[in-house]
Design a protein around this ligand. Structure first.
Ligand SMILES: [Zn+2]
Length: 91
């Protein structure tokens, strides 16, 4: 069982995360002991900065368009949409 320094995308904890095989597309999958969930990291690297998700959600909830959020925070439109989608699903 290999422990690696990867922050869980649900709770942002680093230590309980371990490698969990390889998912579709060949990206490594990880499993968080805290959340009991598996996740892939590859697609969350791009905007993986502390607070980025919160900023995106905050801008969206104050009525900022996705395009404008994307250019203000300097992240891709797809990243913004993905975060908002995840946020919606998490509720
Ligand atoms: Zn977790």
């Amino acid at each position: 069982m290999v422990i690696i320094e990867v922050a869980c995308r649900y709770c942002n904890k680093t230590h309980p995360v371990r490698k969990h095989g390889t998912g579709r597309g060949g990206f490594p999958r990880y499993y968080c002991n805290d959340c009991k969930r598996t996740f892939q990291l590859s697609y969350s690297y791009q905007a993986h900065q502390p607070g980025m998700r919160e900023k995106i959600v905050e801008m969206a909830s104050s009525g900022t368009s996705i395009r404008r959020t994307s250019s203000t925070l300097k992240v891709g439109i797809n990243t913004v949409m993905r975060y908002l989608k995840e946020e919606k699903e998490a509720r």
